[in-house]
Design a protein around this ligand. Sequence first.
Ligand code: PGA
Length: 267
Amino acid sequence: MRNIVMGNWKMSGTKSFIDSWLKDFFESLMKYAEGSKEQLPEVAICAPAILFPYLEQEYNKIVDGDTKGAIRELIDDLKLGIQTCSLHDKGAYTGEIALGMLEGMDCKYVLVGHSERRKYHAETDEIVSQKTQKIIEAGYTPVVCIGESLETREAGEHKEFIKKQVLDCLPAGVDMDKLVVAYEPIWAIGTGLTATTQQVEEMNAYIKEVVSKDRGVSEDKVVVLYGGSVKPANAKDILGLKSVNGVLVGGASLKPVDFFDIVQQGK
Ligand code: PGA
């Protein structure tokens, strides 16, 4: 399958940031198109919900102006996503975003269970599982984030922890074709500390094995990304691993030229 290179802008961005990000990203893409026709990975951006409509609108303008069709040809489309959603459909939940509010917008992905949501917003495995179900029912693709802490890793309990976490986060009977898992060891997020390629391969393969056994699906149906300090310098090695189906990129996704560099390393 084609790799997925997904950016997570976290709590960053403004309208002017989007203007310059799109300009620089698509300039890099057009330059690439002059020298290569090789198709690129699927590219997605999970933006802050408040900026989503502007990103969608400005992206559509760029696609409309791309008379050569290079964007559609090389990346198919830039998929858009948001970073969290409410568990509730409507009601008095100040500040929350209901999935129904995405109506009419071209959203594909919804991140769920990111370690920062777990840490600062008390998102438990049970909530993650319920949200995952709701996101699928609403017609979007959940990106279920899991990952162990440094403490758990140092205690040598990471496999046990991840097994329980991933199985608890996946709703019973869920169709594995409808979701993506992202393995993001907490100790590698935003720290500059990337897991080694051996560690990434070991854990991504383990997640595929555990889910495949538990849910009775083949391992290739379990799509697992890696996230945690992915950057141009390490992307090729990570994206080339057998059990890695793509990457979730935080910090480096804010730099459009670096992000494009990562994208083209995943082809
Ligand atoms: P990072 O973030 O690439 O900045 O480490 C990854 C993530 O949190 O998804």
